[in-house]
Design a protein around this ligand. Structure first.
Ligand code: SAM
Length: 361
């Protein structure tokens, strides 16, 4: 295992993500009534600190400020939410499904979907009409889930979404509680699990089954800036496991690509200066190789697009008009360059058609 300090640096990327999301919410780009609970001091940070989800790059592009990052948060979230909503709606909302969020950090998506909150103002139509979730699993390091779980427990805004007060008390349990604080949470359709993804098969998978993962239900994995930090041997093993064990696996991921050009080199160098290594980027450096990590395993469908393309083609016109009125995005060239270095990939595997009746004998 890498030295602990490297893990700390990777965990700290979640703070960047959270602060950046909150600034996008405060500027009106995103609707998320939950994320502020995770930011202890919502002090107004200087623009350069408040650069959030694309932090290290801005060291070299120091003139880019908050609106840039808020715009980015918006595009990334809108695209991912669109794909997740599609998964939830597929086959009708009465068809139960599962979500496994790898390296969930302080993500609030479960609560947004559960509360049927319009992800984006005036976009209630994109939210599923019901919440067809058997279980929504979130996994991260115990250091992180301990914090998340204490915030979740402390606020009615979260606990009321698990059902009635009484049900909460009975069903929300905690385990692994060094020093009295729980690092995990179990509600009827929500599980916050403490684990290290590097121990996927040996430790994480047995806990998932123990806590209710159903191999026969459609299961969506979400990796939002997570697999990229893992050795490709590990991320490969996770995808292979999903392929071999789940009846209907699907995947949505967001991460960096194109390490080879000068911009990519700056991106990698700046992260290295923070002791963060993009371990996965050489194994899946392009949109094509991102697709191949699924298609080569026999998945039915895989698509990969960069954020630049998402921005131009995937987002609702009305929404684009709305956010372009919020702030001027005048660094368009830098935006595009950066946006070509991040991608969104989605893939699914439909089970092979069960063969002729002879096979069943
Ligand atoms: N997915 C969240 C989001 O997009 O807001 C958080 C993203 S943050 C950039 C990366 C997250 O992955 C961190 O919360 C980190 O702790 C988690 N992570 C990285 N490596 C991990 C591992 N080996 N096991 C569990 N979690 C891990």
């Amino acid at each position: 295992d890498p030295p602990a300090s490297q893990d700390d640096a990777i965990r700290a990327t979640n703070d960047d993500a959270t602060v950046s999301k909150l600034s996008a919410v405060n500027l009106g780009y995103l609707h998320d009534p939950f994320v502020h609970f995770f930011v202890r001091q919502p002090v107004r940070r200087s623009p350069l600190i408040n650069r959030g989800r694309i932090p290290s790059l801005l060291t070299s592009l120091g003139h880019l400020i908050i609106p840039f990052s808020a715009h980015w948060s918006y595009v990334r979230n809108a695209a991912l939410n669109q794909l997740i909503t599609k998964f939830l709606a597929a086959g009708g909302t009465e068809r139960k499904k599962q979500i496994v969020s790898l390296g969930c950090g302080f993500d609030t998506r479960y609560f947004l979907f559960k509360s049927r909150s319009p992800q984006i103002p005036n976009q209630a139509a994109t939210a599923p009409s019901a919440f067809p979730i058997h279980k929504y699993f979130e996994i991260d390091f115990p250091e992180l889930t301990a914090n998340k779980s204490s915030v979740l427990r402390a606020h009615r805004e979260f606990t009321e979404l698990w059902g009635s007060e009484a049900t909460n008390v009975m069903n929300v349990g905690a385990s692994h509680s060094p020093g009295g604080g729980g690092t995990e949470l179990y509600a009827e359709d929500y599980v916050l699990l403490a684990g290290d993804l590097r121990q996927w098969e040996s430790k994480v998978v047995p806990r998932l089954f123990e806590l209710g993962l159903d191999m026969n239900l459609p299961t969506l994995f979400i990796s939002e800036c997570v697999l990229i930090y893992l050795d490709p041997v590990i991320s490969d093993a996770i995808i292979r496991w999903a392929t071999d064990n789940l009846h209907f696996p699907a995947f949505v991921l967001y991460e960096q690509i194109l390490p080879g050009d000068s911009f990519g080199e700056v991106m990698i160098r700046n992260l290295q200066a923070r002791n963060i290594e993009l371990k996965g980027i050489q194994a899946c450096p392009t949109l094509e190789s991102q697709r191949r990590r699924f298609l080569d395993r026999g998945w039915t469908f895989a698509e990969a697009v960069d954020i630049d393309t998402v921005h131009d083609r995937m987002l609702a016109r009305g929404e684009m008009a709305r956010i372009s009125r919020l702030e001027m995005l005048d660094e368009l060239e830098e935006w595009r360059l950066l946006a070509q270095h991040y991608c969104i990939v989605w893939a699914y595997r439909v089970p092979p058609v069960s063969s002729s009746s002879e096979d069943s004998h």
